[in-house]
Design a protein around this ligand. Structure first.
Ligand code: SF4
Ligand code: SF4
Length: 374
């Protein structure tokens, strides 16, 4: 029979920053929270992830006895600044599609369990952050993220991986608490540009830029376009402003070579003009929540980000993209971006497009031209 020490040793050998153990008891409080806020999470259920079922580990593995939580650090090396300003860090080195690093290490850990007679399951819908806190690995932030008790300078750049197993191990002391200092005065709540954060364990996911950049269906509402700033996919603002993350953000880290090699592929101009083949081969393997059929969303987000740079180098690119695209959500956002950057070339492009446009696109062009054009 495997001992805890053998598993701890194996977790470190597999490259995980920390490991903790908790019982397979159901997560009753989480279940109640999900039921109370069903409307906020309904889209997750519709996407096929039954979060309520995930609160009962025996629905994942009938003989569940323990949840082992492995702590993965996703920000151990520095990412290029040109990527960090547009993409959430947790997506930059995500290998869930390429399966070339983290997936292999989880597999190695599970093989070790199996070779020692322990059955395991790695569910996506178990409340992994709550499991990690219950296993004593971290405390919560008011930005609803988990802060490690040991690694990344006790910061939030971690991904807890919950593994349900059929063997009993002594649980660790839970740290199910908020670890924020009083003097912080809720910097994350104030900094959240879309007002998604409501307080301890309360976020409206549908107002979070992460959701808005990869799940929202229509053109981004006018009142969110400026607040969403330069983010194209995900958002790190509530982590960047957090004093609990300051020690790690101050570190000189070696550059992440894999992401350094992605810089050219992820330039805004390349993303604005990309075709499905480019998207499928260079972008989707890293950021896969949006598929080829929703390429319009990428282009809409890029156009909005370009507009928010106020950089007129993007005007010819936006004008070119206006000719390349047909989706009214993309064209409407290009019009908005041209209006936001302003200047004679933007005005000329919008004026030329006006007579050939109709519906939403025409409305956006008119708004761009006549609502405070710079
Ligand atoms: S990720 Fe961005 S939008 Fe989402 S809660 Fe944090 S600051 Fe707000
Ligand atoms: S910004 Fe302040 S309140 Fe928000 S998570 Fe960090 S320490 Fe907590």
């Amino acid at each position: 029979m495997l001992s805890k020490n053998e598993l701890i040793e194996k977790a470190h050998e597999c490259g995980f920053g920390d490991i903790g153990f908790t019982t397979a008891d159901p997560f009753e409080t989480q279940k109640e929270l999900l039921q109370e806020r069903y409307q906020d999470y309904e889209w997750v259920f519709r996407a096929g992830l039954d979060l309520v079922a995930g609160t009962d580990p025996t629905q994942i593995l009938p003989q569940a006895k323990t949840i082992i939580v492995l702590m993965e650090v996703y920000f151990s090396q520095a990412f290029p600044a040109s990527l960090e300003r547009h993409f959430g860090r947790c997506y930059l080195d995500d290998d869930r599609i390429t399966k070339d690093r983290l997936a292999k290490r989880i597999k190695a850990f599970r093989s070790f369990l199996k070779d020692n007679g322990v059955d395991s399951k790695v569910p996506f819908h178990l409340p992994h952050r709550v499991a990690a806190a219950r296993a004593g690995l971290g405390t919560f932030g008011k930005n609803c993220l988990l802060y490690s008790n040991k690694v990344v300078g006790r910061g939030s750049w971690v991904l807890p991986i919950a593994i349900v197993v059929d063997q009993e191990f002594a649980p660790d002391e839970p740290t199910l608490e908020v670890g924020c200092p009083e003097w912080c005065r809720n910097a994350c709540l104030t900094a959240c540009p879309t007002g998604a954060l409501k307080g301890f364990r309360h976020i409206n996911p549908r107002k979070c830029i992460s959701f808005l950049t990869y799940y929202e269906q229509g053109i981004t509402p006018l009142e969110l376009r400026e607040p969403m700033g330069l983010w194209v996919y995900g958002c790190d603002r509530c982590q960047n402003v957090c004093p609990r993350n300051a020690p790690w953000l101050a570190k000189e880290l070696p550059i992440n070579q894999k992401t350094a090699a992605m810089v050219d592929d992820f330039k805004l101009i390349s993303l604005l003009h990309m075709d499905p083949q480019y998207f499928n081969s260079r972008i989707w393997p890293h950021m896969f929540y949006t598929s080829e059929k929703d390429l319009w969303r990428w282009k809409m987000n890029v156009a909005r980000a370009m507009g928010n740079t106020l950089d007129d180098q993007f005007i010819p690119e936006l004008a070119k993209a206006f000719q390349e695209n047909e989706d009214e959500r993309v064209l409407g956002m290009i019009a908005w971006a041209l209006g936001r950057i302003g200047g004679p070339h933007a005005k000329e492009t919008l004026s030329n497009a006006l007579s050939k446009s109709e519906g939403l696109v025409k409305k956006e062009i008119l708004a761009a031209l006549f609502s405070g054009f710079r």
